[in-house]
Design a protein. Structure first.
Length: 266
């Protein structure tokens, strides 16, 4: 089995660089924000963080390809770094501290590219989570000061905590009825949003989460962290990994039931 620990260490270096850039501009009164063609916001900090990460990758990993939210694909080959410089830009530009830089390494294999390293760094929360394939998932201040992540053992939907982002996407896809049935069945629901529900699934603080519409850079890092913590990460179609344009994550014990609710009237 390949050893991805060097790549993981490098991903932490990339995250440190991004954290310095994003925190420096967080809550800045002169922060420049534009609207992209898809009507989502992008700030100068998104662009600056991705440029810094790309620069370091080009110097240290020149043979690897890069896919980033703001600047697209660069390069080809069996290894591809996938970057979301600020996941939660809407929070970032409003001064809400729930945002993170997502960094993943994907490697070509059976069924296409699969994430093998993931780092999620949320400096305004003082939190970081990471994983490398075959080495488990962890959270902490650094590689040398970390605790292992493990998903929960909740096995009944009536006892489960369910996290999501919003209602709008579910309604647009015709999945709202199943979604609402699920919210009535579970013990607790909370709309934490963005990267955070997946990290809480990995920690065992939340048991299930799902989103109806996502991009690869939203999911690549979170997928490997959830699975290395012992959980399941698929699309709503049940396809493993971050390739379906949407996501369902769980402790594994509740996964089939989760998918059943979200597909029952679709």
């Amino acid at each position: 089995m390949a050893d991805y620990l060097d790549d993981l260490r490098f991903a932490h270096v990339l995250a440190d660089t991004a954290d310095a850039a994003t925190t420096a501009r967080f809550k800045a009164l002169d922060l420049k924000v534009e609207t992209k063609p898809d009507m989502t916001p992008v700030s100068e900090a998104d662009k600056a963080a991705e440029e810094l990460i790309r620069g370091q990758l080009q110097r240290a990993r020149p043979r690897d390809a890069i896919l980033g939210e703001e600047y697209g694909v660069e390069g080809t080959g069996p290894r591809r770094w996938v970057i979301d410089p600020i996941d939660g830009t809407k929070n970032y530009v409003r001064g809400v501290p729930v945002w993170a830089t997502l960094i993943a390494l994907m490697e070509a294999g059976e069924g296409g590219y699969q994430p093998v390293v993931g780092v999620v760094s949320a400096p305004a929360l003082g939190r970081r989570w990471w994983a490398a394939k075959g080495h488990g998932a962890f959270t902490g201040r650094s590689l040398s000061s970390a605790s292992r992540l493990r998903v929960s053992k909740v096995s009944r939907m009536q006892d489960a905590s369910f996290a999501y982002s919003s209602l709008t996407g579910w309604e647009e896809q015709g999945r709202l009825d199943g979604f609402l049935d699920l919210t009535r069945e579970v013990w607790r629901t909370r709309a934490y949003g963005d990267f955070w529900p997946y990290m809480m699934v990995a920690e065992g603080a939340v048991d299930i989460c799902a989103e109806p519409e996502l991009s690869l850079w939203d999911m690549a890092a979170t997928a490997v962290i959830v699975t290395e913590a012992g959980g399941s990460f698929t699309g709503l179609d049940g396809r493993p990994g971050p390739h379906s344009g949407n996501a369902a994550a769980s402790n594994g014990l509740l996964h089939d039931e989760l998918l059943g609710y979200l597909n029952q009237r679709y």
